[in-house]
Design a binder for this molecule. Structure first.
Ligand SMILES: [Zn+2]
Ligand SMILES: [Zn+2]
Length: 240
């Protein structure tokens, strides 16, 4: 059976600033409101991705109102992991953001270095105080020691993202890995987030595949950090 509710926050959305996505933050917030969401994570790619935003994009996020069309906009980034403890945005700029996700992408300076080295890099990012979410850890192009990563998630309260796009449109070959990660999260009680990874407004809040897999595996609703606006803000340390 599915959870009785759908998460109120979509923590993974790309705007035109990513260079290969098609909607503005205003269009995304409008669609999010229409779908009953209460928050969206504006998580454009880090500057290391070909065609990605300049660092100034992240510095200027202060111009984006906290609420747009009635939806809380979390000023964020899907930063690229470049090595041990290293992301593609300066610490000073990371500090200003509401939501820092870290993940691997090809052609950004860290292509697959094998399971052990990939895992070491991810674990190091989970010790970073600003990194709250590891983006799409089931990507088959960057093998990981899932048990080590899920254990670290429990230890550091860093969420593993269950990325809805990984099940049907992105990163082919992810589904089995995601399922294994979900199984371990259920077993160890690790925190997860659910994200659409939408690259156009119409995709915001699409979580069906991820939610089905999570419920099937017995991941508790309380483990889904973005289940409500309140739980999201608390998870991100944004409660005043
Ligand atoms: Zn990504
Ligand atoms: Zn993304």
């Amino acid at each position: 059976m599915l959870y009785p509710f759908s998460p109120q926050a979509d923590l993974h959305v790309h705007t035109i600033a990513s260079g290969h996505a098609y909607s503005t933050i205003s269009e995304i917030a409008q669609e999010a409101t229409r779908k009953g969401l209460k928050a969206v994570g504006m998580t454009d790619h880090g500057p290391g991705l070909p065609g990605g935003p300049h660092p100034y994009h992240f510095a200027a996020l202060r111009f984006v109102p906290e609420y747009l069309h009635g939806v809380r906009v979390l000023r964020g980034i899907e930063a690229n992991i470049l090595g041990i403890g290293q992301l593609d945005l300066d610490e000073g700029l990371l500090d200003r953001l509401d939501l820092v996700m870290a993940g691997f992408h090809e052609e950004c300076g860290f292509d697959n270095r094998g399971r052990d080295e990939n895992t070491r890099a991810v674990l190091s990012m989970m010790d970073h105080p600003k990194v709250k979410v590891i983006a799409h850890p089931g990507n088959p192009n960057f093998p990981l020691d899932y048990l080590a990563v899920v254990r670290k998630g429990v230890a550091t309260a860093t969420a593993l993202e269950i990325n809805n796009s990984s099940f049907y449109i992105s990163r082919k070959g992810s589904a089995g890995n995601c399922q294994e990660i979900i199984r371990l999260c259920a077993e160890l009680g690790a925190p997860v987030t659910v994200g659409s990874d939408a690259h156009i407004a119409q995709g915001v809040g699409e979580f069906d595949d991820a939610l089905r897999k999570l419920t099937e595996a017995g991941v508790k609703w309380e483990q889904v950090m973005n289940r409500t606006l309140e739980s999201t803000l608390e998870f991100l340390g944004l409660t005043k």
